[in-house]
Design a protein around this ligand. Sequence first.
Ligand SMILES: Cc1ncc(C[n+]2csc(CCO)c2C)c(N)n1
Length: 215
Amino acid sequence: MTFTLDTWERSRAIRTAIDELPFVRGLGDGTLDRERFTYYMAQDALYLADYARVLATLAGQATDPDDTTFWADSARTAVAVERELHGAHVQDFAAVTRSPTCLAYTSYLASLTTQGSYAVAVAGVLPCYWIYQDVGDALLRSAGDLTTHAYGDWIGTYADEAFAASVATAKAIADRCAEGACAETVERMHVAYATASRYEWMFWDAAWRQETWPV
Ligand SMILES: Cc1ncc(C[n+]2csc(CCO)c2C)c(N)n1
């Protein structure tokens, strides 16, 4: 049993809960209101800026040159997407504060890169790729014609072949890491994968609630 097959099974309930979120349902059927989408986009731009730094750290920690290239390319893509989102959806960036959930998620991922295990950090960044591919594919199947869909460009980005190739590479790296790891490290990989998956659920839920700080 590979790590990715095992961890996908173990996190099935979280994955199903994501499909049932009102934000994700609204994204799929186009009924999501613009205010919530704009909130999500602004938080996502902040998320991507931090996530890119986590990927760049993984590039530095990898011992395989192919891994280094992959994480560095992904970091570059995340910054490019951040700039695009920022330009297209956020008018006044200085006015946007990282939400508690956004800060918690990126801080968690950054913390994984300082705990001495490249394998565990790799497992932590994997839900970002895999869940977005899976959600993108599910929404594509139900969305119909993307050219007339309110959120067609978003769905198209993540239900894309080039993106699918990068998800496959991230999964292959995680499986290779798990193969060479002791049982205790593999368990920590599962925890990192499940925790980041929960943060993906929370990130969409926070956008639905337009989460703010209590004071
Ligand atoms: C909260 C949140 N989670 C995942 C993604 C998707 N994503 C962001 S960077 C990256 C890989 C490198 O481009 C992927 C797949 C997102 N946008 N926002």
